[in-house]
Design a protein around this ligand. Structure first.
Ligand code: GRF
Length: 194
């Protein structure tokens, strides 16, 4: 495989809203010698996102946008991403819906991680839904983002068994561990198609 030196790496933006463990993990992945991505910036709708602290320790630019003013927000984020020459957007616990126009401008270059075996349980409360329905398995999915919620083409999934003793919290924790393995794998898988 061709060695990836800094300049060849795909310039990536990560969008977060909260805890940021996936963001932290993607930073770790991006710093590996042969990683195909370089994280240039992190964008959040929430200035109190815990995840933003991980950007302090690196050269990753931090941007916080107030998503209440949708039209102008789209325009300014798009301008910023263009200036930064961003070629891949990774949503990682980002709790806002991107506009159709935004998605169109980055068509095929926005991916998301979701804590369920899509197409099961789009949206929120996925773990509780899986437990309530007495599902045997749950897991996580990395998928392309299209204009319908959690509905874009699936890139990779990881399935895990739901244990009898699992509650919402333990299941979420076990799945989050798998997310941290799956997201880098999915990025590596799609990078050639960007
Ligand atoms: C993850 O479970 C992810 O699948 C979902 O939101 C959660 C974010 O966790 N979209 P973190 O902020 O990366 O820790």
């Amino acid at each position: 495989m061709k060695k990836l030196i800094g300049v060849n790496k795909v310039k990536t933006a990560v969008f977060i809203s909260g805890n940021g463990s996936n963001f932290k993990n993607l930073i770790r992945f991006s710093l590996l010698k042969n990683s195909p991505i370089r994280i240039e910036c992190v964008i959040s709708n929430n200035k109190n996102s815990n995840g933003l602290k991980y950007a302090y320790k690196t050269n990753i630019k931090k941007k916080i946008y107030n998503f209440n003013n949708r039209k102008n927000i789209d325009r300014s984020i798009l301008l910023f991403l263009k200036k930064e020459k961003i070629k891949l957007i990774c949503l990682a616990g980002f709790m806002k819906i991107l506009s159709k126009n935004f998605i169109k401008r980055f068509n095929g270059k926005i991916i998301n991680i979701h804590p369920s075996l899509l197409p099961k349980y789009k949206g929120l409360d996925t773990h509780q839904k899986a437990i309530n329905n007495k599902d045997k398995y749950s897991g996580c999915t990395v998928h392309f983002v299209n204009s319908r919620l959690d509905s874009g083409k699936i890139i990779l999934q990881k399935k895990i068994r739901i244990l009898k003793k699992d509650n919402q919290k333990t299941l979420a924790q076990r799945i989050l561990k798998q997310e941290h393995i799956l997201y880098p794998k999915a990025i590596t898988k799609i990078i050639a198609s960007l």
